[in-house]
Design a protein around this ligand. Structure first.
Ligand code: PEP
Length: 250
């Protein structure tokens, strides 16, 4: 039985006081004990977020990291820096990192490998563009992103990986993959894992769905056998919406 995860990607939203206030709303209620809850605020408020959530069920992740140990990388943050403030989870491969900041499969793979090596949990994102969904290449595109992004990751290390299927056409657009479309892709991802690793790895890895998940559609999406929770953007910025999505994963 896989424990569901609901993770909120706050992107470039919420300053320090807003972060404290949203986190105090999330930590002042009792969360379902069988759902892992993760939030990914911006770098500048990560330490505060770690402190605010320390006695709660809410875990804190970074939205990105640099694969290098240290050095002349202006504006970047290392794994060691994250660890030094108590962060040990990181979102990698988000479509905004790929599309806006030009992160290739190779760059992402290096980040994945270094993060795993450093003991982090990696929430690895991938998903097809609208044109790829329309021309029917979406399964192939996702398989390619998985094989490139996870290159060199061993079966044992897959216990540190959470996958997040996020069709790009559904991110921040209000357009959601239907529960059937999402389940179909998640089953494809599980069968990819079974071929690339083993049936055991495939049945153990959590696969989240992301793309305009809202309180109104979360339950139908999460009810599917291969969907183990969600990566939530916009709706994670409003406590009541995020908590309703967490409750839907129970
Ligand atoms: C995301 O950016 O990871 C995401 C899923 O965003 P939204 O929920 O706003 O579509």
């Amino acid at each position: 039985m896989r424990t569901p995860i609901v993770a909120g990607n706050w992107k470039m939203n919420k300053n320090l006081s807003e972060t404290k206030s949203l986190l105090s709303e999330l930590t002042s209620v009792s969360l379902p004990s069988n759902v892992e809850v993760v939030v990914a605020p911006s770098f500048v408020v990560l330490e505060s977020a770690v402190n605010t959530t320390s006695n709660s069920q809410v875990a804190v992740a970074a939205q990105n990291v640099n694969a290098a140990a240290n050095g002349a990388f202006t504006g970047e943050t290392s794994l060691n820096m994250l660890q030094s403030i108590g962060v040990n989870q990181v979102i990698l491969g988000h479509s905004e990192r790929r599309d806006i900041y030009g992160e290739t499969d190779e760059i992402i793979n290096e980040k994945v490998l270094q993060s795993i090596e450093a003991g982090f949990r990696v929430i690895f994102c991938f998903g097809e563009q609208l044109s790829e969904r329309k021309d029917g290449s979406h399964f192939e595109v996702v398989s390619k992103q998985l094989s490139s992004g996870l290159k060199g990751v061993t079966a044992e290390q897959m216990s540190q990986v959470v996958l997040a299927y996020e069709p790009v056409w559904a991110i921040g657009t209000g357009e959601t993959a239907s529960p059937e479309q999402a389940q179909e892709m998640h089953a494809h991802i599980r069968s990819f894992l079974s071929d690339a690793y083993s049936a055991e790895v495939a049945s153990g890895v959590r696969i989240l769905y992301g793309g305009s998940v809202k309180p109104g559609n979360a339950k139908d999406l999460f009810a599917n056998p291969d969907i183990d929770g969600g990566l939530i953007g916009g709706a994670s910025l409003v406590a009541s919406d995020f908590l309703a999505i967490v409750a839907a994963a129970e």
